[in-house]
Every structure is written in C-alpha cells, then in structure tokens.
Design a protein around this ligand. Structure first.
Ligand code: MN
Length: 302
C-alpha cells in the first residue's frame, strides 16, 4: 500500500533551461533534484515552440539508449525518427512515437524541413526489471483515444482514462493525458489516489488544483488525490502525468537508464566500440554523438 498524506499541497518545481542545436529552448522538468520520477516517467523535456530560420532545423545525430522507452508527443512541426532497427518514421502533431530501447538501440531525430516550427514534449519511461533487457522495438501511434470535457479536448497518451485504454504499450501503471482548450474551460478529472501526479503547461496558462501555472514550472501533485480541477481563461495546453511511485528510482546518465553504474559503463564501451548492440542509423541529418566521460563519476540513486 502506498501511504497517503492527508494534506499534500502541490509543490512547484522550476524546470532547468538548456538549448539544443541551433538554440532550440528546452525546459527540462524531469529529473530534478526535488523530483526524479513521476511513476516510471523519468525524463521530461519541453522543447520550443521555436520558429527556425530558413536554413535552420533541429538535428540530433545517432545516439544510444538502454533501459527506457522514449515517448515523443508532437505539438507543432514535423520530425523524422531513424533508428538502428531500420525504421524511418515521420512524426506529426497529435501523434506519438514510442521507442523501446530495452538492451540497446540507437536513433536520430531531425526536423523534416528547414524553416519549420517545432514544439515537442519528449519523455522517457524507465523500464521495469522484467523488460529492461528486452529486444528493442519501435511503434508509431497516429491515433489516440480522445474525449471532450468542460471545454477541454482530452487525448489519452498512456494508461487509462474516460473509459478508454491508450494503445501505447507501457510496462508500468502510468497515466499520460494531454488537455487542450481554445477558449475558457474548466473541469474536474478523476484520479487514482495510489498514483502520484504532476502537471506541466505546454502553452498558455492553466489553474491546476488552484495553482496558476505557465510553461516552465512542473506542479508536483503528490499521491492521494482522487480528483483534480483544471481551469483556463483562454487557449492553453496541459500535460498531466501520473503513475505508481517507484520503490527505487533507477540511475539516469546521458541517454542511459540502469540500476548500476557498471551497466552504464558496459553500454558506454559498446557505444564507443560501434558494434552490434547499438547498430547503425542510416540517413541521419547529423553525425553520431560523442558520449561524455563517466570517468571519476559516482552516480547516486535516490
Ligand atoms: Mn534519444
């Protein structure tokens, strides 16, 4: 049983900002020193919105992953995913790309054209012990369950809500819900009290559990809630995440999720060796990424 606090007031966590490639603004909401995971969601980047110049785009060269699923939710623009399984997949707004790294995969991500807009939420999901060494896989989900409620358009990204189940295959009890309104909207969502939840505004302003939120702040809602009020005065978009709290969050370093540093070191050696584990990505718009050094680091769990 999860212990449920009687009075858990929401905690505001400021995302760290960083840039990617040609100055694309990234707000990294997870992991943060105050909140490493929300259920098995262990990484959350909010990229853009950005309008690229006529000769500019985003190009992330081939890089490896282990122990996680990458989950890309596109709001504006077009992205091309290429991976070492030979998959080449365009991602468009309203669609999800889900890549299950398991024991190892590599991939690249490029904007489809220069001069386009880009607005993206990219998340990672830590794989549980039974799946973290599984063979790599990729799935594209162009259609997800939707519902309308109190002026909000809801899209079920992961898990279960409004009597529907998301087709996105995850291996831990999770919720991912996108809420969009084009004018004033208000509703109360049912939540599972055994889940912890967090909310991030993707555009506009939203009042979540009475807290006014704008992009760049993750609202940690804790566990023990059975409802959540979400209210906006004007056009807005909100990402709501939930999941069963992890007993022990895994280590996260560079593009790897693993329980021990020794596994990170093995994966790093295999990436340097350029062998079969991470394969080859063909057609990427940028060179293979060089890993940072693990030398002298002692990764700590939470
Ligand atoms: Mn990646």
């Amino acid at each position: 049983m999860t212990s449920i606090a009687k009075d858990q007031s929401p905690q505001r966590i400021e995302a760290r900002t960083t840039t990617l490639g040609q100055g694309t603004l990234i707000r990294r909401a997870l992991p943060s020193p105050r909140k490493r995971t929300v259920g098995a969601w262990c990484f959350l980047d909010h990229a853009g919105p950005v309008q690229f110049g006529p000769d500019e785009g985003m190009h992330v060269g081939p890089h490896p992953h282990i122990g996680l699923q990458t989950f890309s939710w596109l709001i504006e623009g077009e992205l091309v995913h290429r991976d070492s399984l030979g998959v080449e997949q365009i991602l468009r707004p309203g669609e999800v790309n889900l890549m299950t790294a398991g024991r190892g995969i590599s991939h690249s991500e490029d904007t489809l054209t220069n001069g386009q807009r880009l607005h993206l939420a990219q998340l990672w999901i830590a794989l549980p012990e039974a799946q973290r060494q599984c063979p790599p896989a990729f799935a594209h989900h162009p259609v997800l369950p939707t519902a309308a409620q109190g002026g909000w358009a809801l899209t079920l990204l992961a898990g279960e809500a409004f009597g529907e189940v998301s087709p996105v295959e995850v291996f831990s009890p999770l919720l991912g819900l996108d809420l969009v309104c084009e004018a004033a909207a208000a509703t109360t969502l049912p939540l599972r009290p055994g889940f912890e939840h967090a909310a991030l505004v993707l555009r506009g302003e939203v009042q979540v559990a009475g807290e006014r939120l704008a992009p760049g702040t993750l609202l940690d809602l804790g566990t023990g809630r059975d409802t959540l009020t979400v209210q906006a005065e004007a056009a807005a978009q909100l990402l709501l995440l939930g999941g069963e709290p992890l007993a022990a969050p895994p280590l996260l370093w560079w593009n790897f999720v693993a329980p021990t540093q020794a596994e990170m070191e093995d994966a790093l050696a295999d990436w340097h060796a350029g062998g079969e584990r991470f394969g080859q990505v063909h057609g990427a718009g940028a060179p293979r990424l060089v890993a940072p050094s693990l030398a002298g680091l002692h990764l700590k769990g939470g």
